[in-house]
Design a protein around this ligand. Structure first.
Ligand SMILES: [Zn+2]
Length: 66
């Protein structure tokens, strides 16, 4: 198994974790039902994206926290 040659320094560890920023979704109006929906994703309430309906399994589940 691969094994790290050097211990990760506190600085490198912090630099890596600093890139973890909160996900702020772009919220646009759904063209089908008018509900607020994440852009470039199927609508959460009606399941439509780009003029056609997508099955629930294909829809990405992302929590809107904004
Ligand atoms: Zn919709």
């Amino acid at each position: 198994m691969a094994c790290p040659k050097k211990k990760t320094s506190h600085r490198k560890q912090h630099q890596r974790r600093a890139k973890w920023v909160a996900f702020i979704p772009n919220i646009a109006k759904c063209s089908n039902c008018g509900e607020p929906a994440i852009s470039h994703h199927a609508c959460n309430s009606c399941g439509f994206y780009n003029g056609r309906e997508y099955p629930k399994a294909l829809q990405k589940k992302k929590k809107v926290t904004a």
